[in-house]
Design a protein around this ligand. Structure first.
Ligand SMILES: Cc1cc2nc3c(=O)[nH]c(=O)nc-3n(C[C@H](O)[C@H](O)[C@H](O)COP(=O)(O)OP(=O)(O)OC[C@H]3O[C@@H](n4cnc5c(N)ncnc54)[C@H](O)[C@@H]3O)c2cc1C
Length: 325
């Protein structure tokens, strides 16, 4: 077990955390980034990114995140592979966090960039068939279903992107949605509807995931019609749940104020939490925009505010020392 100390402790290595690291390192804050279970964050499960500024052509999410990490390390960030299991924000600064294996992290400032995680439906068979046909990540698992019939559940950007991505592997992709229209951006909807290998099933919600008795693998998804209540089944060897994300804020419950959706509340227009020296950026505090570029932007803001916080404290300490003679 080791103790790691820094002027700027960053929890999370998505676009928010890594942007904060780049700005913090360049300001001499010698940041430490604790990467968590998903180094690079959500963009590492995104096949194509075509809205991140600076790139005319479509780029790959994992590639973009590798580049961000390389840039953060190049300017002096220390990347540590650990997952924070508890934090103490009340007695800082320094703010203290404990890692999975017992390592202690102490930061004069703390930048929370823990992002968001996939939501699950919570229906029978979903958990049991995880890795056996049910997934929340087409980019991670789509390859295993090449040539097979797959379904995607959801109606937002994530669901449409997952369905489009799966056509790289499958000629038979069905999007299942409980309403009669999608929430996804129009450009994504246009691509979905124009794709010859994607069908859409409207007004259906998942009742349960059904396994094959012989193999133990997913064989079908049982559905309920949201208008008539009628039960039906759709055959599928792969089912991708794409119904959105929940902010990763469990760690901070009781220590920071969260909104009804569990997002960290910050002073409007800033990444400042109610605790001076503790900042939140990216999807963990943003339920409206939830984009890589907005996460990076708020990460930058958090680093600039963290640096100012340290400067002010140091200035006050010098003044106190001078006054004390
Ligand atoms: C399928 C999909 C497609 C997308 N496509 C696009 C797109 O084309 N363009 C776009 O701009 N945006 C896209 N987004 C959204 C974008 O990925 C997110 O807005 C962005 O990644 C949010 O960045 P973040 O840094 O706030 O959090 P995340 O990317 O969620 O990163 C969170 C980080 O926190 C870490 N973490 C969590 N808990 C802990 C802990 N306890 N200890 C240590 N670390 C922890 C995780 O390991 C991870 O590194 C997409 C998202 C998805 C899911």
């Amino acid at each position: 077990m080791a103790t790691h100390t820094t002027r700027m402790l960053i929890i999370g290595s998505g676009p928010a955390g890594l942007s904060a690291a780049i700005y913090g390192a360049r300001a001499g804050m010698e940041p430490i980034v604790v990467q968590g279970l998903q180094p690079g964050g959500q963009l590492t499960i995104t096949p194509d990114v075509e809205n991140y500024p600076g790139f005319r052509d479509v780029i790959q999410g994992p590639w973009l995140m590798q580049e961000m990490q390389a840039q953060a390390e190049h300017v002096g960030t220390r990347m540590l592979w650990d997952t924070i299991t508890s934090v103490d924000l009340q007695s800082g600064p320094p703010f203290r966090a404990i890692g999975d294996g017992g390592d202690i992290y102490e930061g004069e400032t703390l930048v929370i960039a823990t992002g968001a995680q996939a939501k699950w439906l919570g229906v029978p068979g979903e958990h049991e068939l995880g890795g056996k046909g049910v997934s929340a990540c087409a980019t991670c698992d789509g390859f295993f279903y090449r040539g097979k019939k797959v379904v995607v559940i959801g109606g937002g950007n994530t669901a449409v992107e997952e369905a489009l991505y799966l056509t790289n592997h499958s000629q038979d992709v069905t999007l299942i949605h409980r309403r009669d229209s999608l929430r996804a951006e129009k450009i994504l909807q246009d691509r979905l509807f124009a794709h010859p290998n994607i069908g859409v099933v409207w007004h259906k919600q998942v009742d349960r995931f059904v396994h094959d008795e012989a193999t133990g693998l997913l064989r079908a998804v049982a559905l309920i019609d949201t208008i008539t209540g009628e039960h039906s089944e759709i055959a599928a060897e792969g089912a991708f749940v794409a119904i959105g994300h929940a902010p990763a804020t469990e760690l901070f419950k009781g220590q920071l104020e969260l909104d009804a959706g569990g997002y960290i509340l910050v002073e409007p227009g800033t990444p400042k939490t109610a605790i001076p020296g503790v900042f939140a950026c990216g999807d963990v505090m943003d339920q409206v925009y939830r984009q890589a570029v907005t996460a990076a932007g708020t990460g930058c803001m958090a680093a600039l505010d963290a640096e100012r916080f340290v400067q002010e404290r140091e200035f006050l300490n010098i003044r106190k020392a001078v006054a004390a003679g």
